[in-house]
Design a binder for this molecule. Structure first.
Ligand code: UD1
Length: 376
């Protein structure tokens, strides 16, 4: 059996890991080991996702917690190194672009453990985003690069990456999305919408947590003003990320005067997808939500100057907006004339299976390489 370590740390990692964990388990030749770095630690940001995704508890929990980028990254590296020195790993798999992704890639490669990166090749070309640094450095050292879309392959090739390391396998987020959608029935939907006093297709779902939107007081205040104005016309539900909440509290901001604006705690995966699929449109700065809405054919307004997921704009239902055109775009999205979009190639729920097959090929290849080296 091959010991394959799946590393996760922050909320968007969990749904990317789950389909692969199950595909590896099913393949019968792997011992999949889950390592949770503890970058996210609140129940609703972390373990609630394990429950909804029916994952077992993590085999290792590193308890890294919050801090500055250097503090968080360093703590994860120190703790992950201890794990790798204690239990032999044949491969480490990292996901996405969070600090845990980079920290564990560096740690594994320095201990000569090969690394596979799921969601490789995405680029916003904006190095003010910490995720862009994490993406570039992880792709720079990972042995196997699993890309979700052709733009990922192109970005890697433009950076001079050897073709042999790149494997286009599709979007693993969509595997998880398709699985959870099957568990959401009409009565679950009705109960949740009733609980939140929302009507199907009659509310806007908002998520905002990027430092560029929520760390600067004036920017955050302008966004909240816009949401208050919007909520006078239609219901707005905003499951608030702890980073956004903390920044609002720090600067003494208070919203909620407008009756239609509902700021609620972060939702678990199944609840969030239910709200998303029934929304009129979504306003976000998340990466994964741009992809989910493209799959669902739902209008998505992304409050960012760029995206590392351009296919959601060129093929999907996503548009980038800023504070100067957000009102106009949100009216357009309610007009029924929003672009229809299509589901990109290989976003079909079979990405985890394709990755598992490639990993088997990779492990067989490196074993026969080792045997040949031993024979020589
Ligand atoms: C991280 C990722 C980001 C991802 C986001 C999803 C990096 C650089 N950023 O950003 O790419 O889109 O996760 O959520 O890795 N906090 C809690 N409870 C928690 C986690 C965080 O209260 O469970 C608070 C802490 O005050 C912390 C702050 O949120 O300081 C930010 O958390 P952090 O993990 O540093 O970054 P995110 O903004 O969550």
């Amino acid at each position: 059996m091959l010991n394959v370590f799946l590393v996760v740390g922050a909320r968007p990692n969990f749904m990317k890991m789950a389909p692969l964990y199950f595909a590896l388990e099913k393949a019968g030749v792997f011992n999949p080991v889950i390592v949770h770095t503890g970058q996210h630690y609140d129940y609703e940001m972390s373990l609630a996702f394990f429950e909804d995704l029916e994952l077992p508890e993590p085999h290792y929990f590193l308890g890294a917690g919050s801090g500055t980028h250097a503090e968080q990254t360093a703590r994860i590296m120190i703790e992950f190194e201890k794990v790798l020195l204690q239990q032999k790993a044949d491969l480490v798999i990292v996901f996405g672009d969070v600090n845990s992704t980079l920290a564990c890639s560096i740690t594994a490669r320095k201990l000569l453990v090969p690394v596979a990166h799921v969601e490789a090749g995405l680029r916003s070309f904006d190095e003010t985003m910490p995720e862009e640094i994490n993406r570039k450095l992880t792709d720079g050292i990972a042995n196997i690069l699993f890309t979700p879309s052709p733009d990922g392959d192109k970005n890697l090739m433009n950076e001079g990456v050897d073709h042999g390391r790149i494997h286009r396998v599709g979007n693993i987020m969509i595997d998880a999305l398709m699985t959870i959608l099957e568990t959401i029935d009409a009565s679950y939907e009705k109960t949740l919408l009733q609980k939140l006093n929302l009507k199907k297709s009659n509310y806007v779902l908002v998520t905002l947590h990027r430092p560029s939107n929520v760390d600067d007081r004036d920017t955050l205040a302008k966004i909240l003003d816009y949401l208050e104005a919007l909520s006078k016309k239609t219901s707005v539900v905003f499951p608030m990320h702890p980073r956004t909440k903390r920044n609002m509290e720090k600067s003494g901001m208070n919203v909620g005067r407008a009756a239609g604006l509902r700021i609620i705690e972060p939702l678990r995966y199944k609840e969030f997808i239910t709200l998303e699929k029934n929304a009129m449109f979504v306003l976000t700065d998340s990466g994964g939500i741009q992809e989910e809405t493209t799959y669902l054919g739902l209008a998505c307004l992304t409050l960012r100057p760029n995206t590392e997921r351009p296919i959601t704009v060129t093929e999907g239902t996503n548009e980038l907006v800023d504070l100067s055109n957000i009102e106009q775009e949100s009216e357009w999205s309610q007009s029924g004339n929003w672009k229809k979009g299509k589901i990109p190639e290989l976003w079909d729920g079979k990405t985890a299976e394709r990755i598992a097959r490639k990993i088997i090929e990779f492990c067989e290849g490196s074993r026969s390489g080792q045997r040949r080296a031993g024979d020589a």
